[in-house]
Design a protein. Structure first.
Lengths: 253, 267
């Protein structure tokens, strides 16, 4: 990459440089570097234990970065934590909604944490829920919603404060096929419409679109990164399944 | 603009906690039943067994129920502080703690707001308890019901910070039973909540010394004096310093670079 000019930097939503992390001596991430630009969907693929969760914990600053650097829209997460976090929207793997509160109450809590005023909050909530056809259900308790609808609420919540980067940690696990497809399509469309950068951890290869970027992580190291075609080229395969298999089994075709 | 962000976030956190408490009716009732059982059953039985001399802030002979009331108020706050830390461990396992932690505000502020929220809940419980106690003929001077409020805020913050500190150490929900046994019970029984210090000294000097330096005792004394419109300076300083120590250690515990979060390997 080298040094990029100001203009380049503005459309760089996430930049990770030489990131390493270990738990009591055991390396979970080893010299990981990649960028995600606005409007792009990047899929983070890797078997269990590849380091995906560690990477997400570092980007959300649950853990502190010790070696390497993470920047969100040019803000170093360590030095300008709050400015960087303001650019981030997250959907965690487990649901993080209050079951006994309504959709509206859950979202209002989030807008309060983001420091949004009442008027602006209500406007954003309406917009966000309408896009996901959930506005009519805003006064229902989360407990009454099915898994797919809960996920939609979480995605709506992650987007309320207009982040530049959306992190999705296996958001479609446990959903039925129609809900899954709806979310996959919605997020891809969002990336284009809103110029949003998306980092999406997944096990499900059918969620990937041909224009997406791939980052294949295995045992804490990046085995391949680039567009779908580039990764297929590197591995000399024709489908993502084979490429993934080759990269994570250590057999390079 | 920035201050407004802090203000909104703080009320968001407090509002959520209060709302959750009100809607969880079982929690509300059980929080109230515990001290009332002590008042109606334990204190009534002890009334005849224990003679109390006149000690400040009391000006006349008092019934045991009257003596124990500030102790039970402390108990409400102690349980509440531990309960809110239990809910933090639960939140952390369930992930909603992460939503809080990724919001663009300093971590110490988020933890302090969470603490204020828990304290607010405990004060709500205390006032309901005082109303029930009033019908049971436990009356304090009316100003006492106002002057107790700042004392409750400080003691609630101190006990909440202790809970917060413990929650940063506890890895999983299951370990919490141990905390109940090793923190709540010793703190409650080795304090001036149930017996005055001089009474304890009669039977065991070491016990009375422990009770004297137990921060929970000091919180109870702060509340006891405040309920009668008096200010106990020693207790105030003691509780305040304890709060600062617990809070700063808890913040360190939740700090991503120094704290114990590192050892946990995430939720």
């Amino acid at each position: 990459m080298g040094c990029c000019g100001k203009t380049m930097k503005t459309d760089l939503a996430l930049s990770i440089e030489n990131l390493s992390f270990s738990y009591s001596g055991k390396k979970a991430l080893d010299q990981v570097s990649f960028d995600i630009h606005s409007g792009k969907c990047a899929f983070l693929l890797g078997p269990n234990g590849a380091g995906k969760s560690t990477l997400f914990s570092l980007i959300t600053r649950l853990y502190d970065t010790r070696e390497g650097r993470i920047e969100l829209c040019g803000f170093d997460i360590k030095q300008h934590t709050q400015k960087a976090l303001a650019k981030l929207g997250v959907v965690f793997q487990q649901t993080t909604l209050d079951m006994d509160l309504t959709v509206m109450q859950n979202l209002r809590y989030h807008t309060a944490l983001q420091g949004m005023g009442r008027k602006q909050a209500l406007q954003c909530i309406q917009q966000s829920l309408e896009r996901l056809s959930m506005f009519d259900r805003r006064f229902e308790k989360i407990r009454q919603l099915n898994g797919g609808h809960r996920r939609r609420v979480e995605i709506a919540r992650a987007l309320l404060h207009k982040p530049a980067l959306l992190l999705l940690d296996e958001p479609t696990v446990g959903l039925d096929v129609p809900s899954r497809l709806a979310i996959v399509e919605y997020v891809h469309q969002l990336a284009i419409d809103e110029k949003l950068a998306v980092l999406w951890a997944s096990h499900l290869i059918d969620e990937i679109y041909p224009d997406d970027h791939l980052i294949v992580l295995h045992k804490g190291q990046i085995k391949a990164k680039g567009t779908v075609n580039e990764v297929l080229g590197i591995t000399n395969t024709s489908i993502i399944q084979d490429a993934f298999y080759n990269l994570t089994q250590g057999v390079r075709a | 603009m920035n201050m407004l962000h802090y203000w909104r976030a703080m009320w968001g956190i407090i509002g959520r906690e209060l709302w959750r408490f009100i809607t969880q009716r079982e929690r509300f009732i059980s929080a109230l039943v515990r001290p009332l059982v002590w008042l109606f059953v334990f204190a009534a039985g002890f009334r005849s067994a224990l003679g109390l001399a006149i000690t400040p802030p009391y000006e006349t002979y008092i019934l045991y129920e009257v003596y124990i009331t500030p102790g039970l108020i402390g108990m409400i706050q102690l349980f509440n502080g531990m309960q809110s830390s239990l809910s933090m461990v639960y939140d952390r396992e369930m992930g909603s703690m992460r939503i809080l932690m990724v919001s663009p505000l300093p971590r110490w502020f988020l933890l302090l707001s969470k603490l204020l929220a828990g304290t607010g809940v405990s004060i709500l419980q205390v006032y309901v308890f005082l109303v029930v106690a009033w019908f049971y003929d436990i009356h304090a001077p009316w100003q006492g019901y106002l002057s107790i409020l700042p004392a409750l805020i400080l003691s609630g913050l101190m006990l909440g910070a202790l809970g917060l500190l413990l929650s940063s150490f506890i890895k999983q929900l299951e370990n919490f039973a141990g905390v109940m046994n090793f923190v709540i019970f010793p703190m409650f029984f080795m304090s001036t909540a149930l017996y005055p210090l001089w009474k304890m000294k009669e039977s065991s000097v070491p016990l009375s010394i422990i009770a004297q330096y137990n921060p929970f005792s000091q919180a109870v004394e702060l509340i006891r004096f405040a309920l009668y419109g008096q200010f106990n300076q020693t207790a105030f300083i003691y509780v305040f310093v304890a709060f600062l120590i617990f809070m700063s250690t808890a913040i360190m515990g939740y700090n991503p670079s120094k704290g114990m979060m590192m050892k946990k390997g995430g939720a």
